[in-house]
Design a binder for this molecule. Structure first.
Ligand SMILES: *Cc1c(COP(=O)(O)O)cnc(C)c1O
Length: 363
């Protein structure tokens, strides 16, 4: 925590705003929109997953539709497609951002259109905080007139040429889950330049009540709004977001400076104009075996590290899903490792991690 979270939570208690609405929710939304960009509208929600669910619904996804989704991601990017009875079409990554490949995306779109199934939406992800190729993806999406859901769950604080992630898509989503760069313990947000989308999200997230003195409903609603208590945590966290980004980037710089010279260790550099929050520091090793050797050597010292996300098209639950893949994300999954990346790691902690990796790779 940064310091002021408890104060804002106390405010909720003192004023008795213990509800999924209130002054903390409003202030948290304002601070997010001030951060991301003047002309974006924000709805604070109970989770990033809920934000994706609402985003797809607002963009008109329904039963039987197809939705393109980046394969190399956490399952929460794809699950809401299934909630809506739609079918995910998975698209592989490119090397230089590790995110959705523009070439394969276009191939998937033209292929689906030829089959009479024009995709209803594209879910693109800024994985580990590295932005996807926003200009190429937007150009393709515009060419075929398909809306983009920009999954920025891992990318709050990242930008491309100074324009913040979560503001590129037709709808952006954020997560404040406990593992993210800032947290409300659990929470998320829907972000859009289109105020109607934000208003619709709040309507759907608060049980879709019609404008009437009694309880009247013309739509199926959800209970997806953020608690005013948790929004208090979020207000405090926004005050330290830039510090958190700096800390995560310092972790990455330390690992890169101390490990990049080793044979069989690669880092993902920022393409020109890209700024990553470096949510997690990841390395690529020479092989699956080398990756596992490092992981076990760290575990031996009670240090947890994790393989990169397992692509969705390789997940048992999606084994029958259509995918456009060229082996890129599978290779990243085989050889990649997320190193300890917390914002509170000390120089001593990082030095310990690095020493173990160097020892393992030079023995
Ligand atoms: C965390 C995460 C989500 C989901 O957010 P929650 O707030 O945990 O529901 C979605 N997409 C990605 C890429 C994530 O990392």
């Amino acid at each position: 925590m940064g310091g002021n979270e408890q104060h804002y939570v106390d405010e909720a208690f003192i004023t008795n705003w213990i509800a999924p609405l209130g002054p903390n929710v409003n202030s948290f939304e304002t601070s997010i929109s001030n951060y991301i960009g003047e002309n974006v509208h924000v709805a604070a929600l109970s989770a990033g997953t809920a934000a994706i669910h609402l985003a797809l619904q607002i963009l008109g996804v329904s039963h039987g539709d197809e939705v393109i989704c980046q394969s190399f991601t956490f399952s929460a990017s794809a699950n809401p497609i299934a909630y809506l009875g739609a079918t995910p079409i998975f698209v592989d990554s490119e090397r230089y951002t590790w995110n959705i490949s523009p070439e394969l995306l276009e191939k998937a779109i033209t292929d689906r259109i030829a089959l009479g199934k024009k995709p209803k939406a594209i879910v693109a992800v800024h994985l580990y905080g590295m932005p996807y190729d926003v200009s190429k993806i937007k150009k393709i999406a515009d060419t075929y007139d398909i809306p983009v859901v920009e999954d920025s769950a891992e990318a709050l604080g990242s930008n491309v040429n100074g324009i913040n992630c979560a503001s590129f898509g037709d709808i952006g989503i954020l997560s404040f889950n406990g593992n993210k760069i800032i947290t409300t313990s659990g929470g998320g947000a829907l972000v859009s330049k289109n105020k109607n989308f934000r208003d619709k999200a709040i309507f759907l997230a608060t049980q879709a009540r019609d404008d009437a003195p009694h309880y009247q409903h013309s739509h199926i609603g959800f209970n997806y709004r953020m608690s005013n208590v948790l929004a208090g945590i979020g207000r405090g966290q926004m005050e330290v977001l830039d510090d958190r980004v700096a800390a995560r980037r310092a972790n990455f710089d330390f690992y890169q400076t101390t490990l990049a010279h080793l044979e069989g260790v690669e880092f993902l550099n920022e393409p020109e104009g890209f700024f990553s929050n470096r949510w997690l520091s990841c390395i690529l090793t020479a092989s699956y075996e080398a990756r596992e050797r490092i992981r076990y050597a760290l575990l031996e010292e009670n240090i947890e590290s994790r393989p990169l996300w397992k692509p969705m098209h390789l997940q048992p639950i999606f084994k029958n899903a259509t995918h456009y893949s060229d082996g890129t994300s599978e290779d990243l999954f085989q050889r990649g490792l997320c190193l300890p990346s917390g914002s509170n790691l000390t120089k001593e902690d990082l030095t310990r991690v690095v020493a173990i990796i160097i020892k393992e790779l030079t023995k």
